[in-house]
Design a protein around this ligand. Sequence first.
Ligand SMILES: Nc1ncnc2c1ncn2[C@@H]1O[C@H](COP(=O)(O)OP(=O)(O)O)[C@@H](O)[C@H]1O
Ligand SMILES: [Mg+2]
Length: 264
Amino acid sequence: MTLLHVTGVTKGYRQGGMFANGRRTEVLCGVDLRLDKGYCLGLVGRSGCGKSTLGRLILGLERPDAGSIAYKGRDIQSLRGASWREYRRNVQVVFQNFLGAVNPRLTAGAIIAEPLDNFERLTRAELARRVGSLLERVGLPPAFAAKRPGQLSGGQLQRVCIARAMAPSPEVLVLDEAVSSLDMLAQAQIMDLLAGLGRDSGVSCLFISHDLRVVARLCGEAAVMRHGRIVEQACCSGGRFHHCDTGFAELAGALLPSRPRLPC
Ligand SMILES: Nc1ncnc2c1ncn2[C@@H]1O[C@H](COP(=O)(O)OP(=O)(O)O)[C@@H](O)[C@H]1O
Ligand SMILES: [Mg+2]
């Protein structure tokens, strides 16, 4: 079943802001993408190619200039009231900048409870129980509910952000460079966690990254973006990419670190 269907999406920005007379730059040009239920789809490409812009459009934070984004067959621009709320509940996001994504004055428990408060009516005891079980699901002890962001490592804080995203039981997680700011060990641990969440909860992921290795490790398929266009759809398994053409090889050459194990 297709959850998200992006068709012919185009987006541009006027240079110098909305009210300036600057030239318009096209960031996305006719992007097509499909995310099916239970899948983890990668979106890879060089920095600045338009990945995060597509992520913001999918989250409904901005509107496309042309084309459509459909969720279970309904254009998200046509959603209003309760159906829009339902969409926002079902499509959650985890960003790269975990420090900027949380209020430093709140405890981890309050951070995770926020979407539960927004979307469900729970008693205090029920809320505390749900927060505890979400912390356990992301590999943190329930006692971490009392800690504030400043008392957590980067990996632990990103786990709290993942728990917050999982709190309203979404169908889709958009992960925008969600492991890119972490060291290699924390990256590996968070990817294991995401793979486990995908298996256990069936949540579908759009995993946006400039890092081919992490995408190959987590995703079964990846769309390769270049200058605002999807130029290739590659398959991944066993931490490697398969069936990729020259567009992908060029990207691999540009993005992989100095001692690569070539994924293709
Ligand atoms: N709100 C905006 N106004 C103007 N330009 C933008 C805006 N958002 C993104 N861009 C431009 O769009 C291009 C793609 O950005 P982005 O989607 O963040 O790329 P990526 O996530 O692939 O690194 C960049 O050149 C960026 O400067
Ligand atoms: Mg980005």
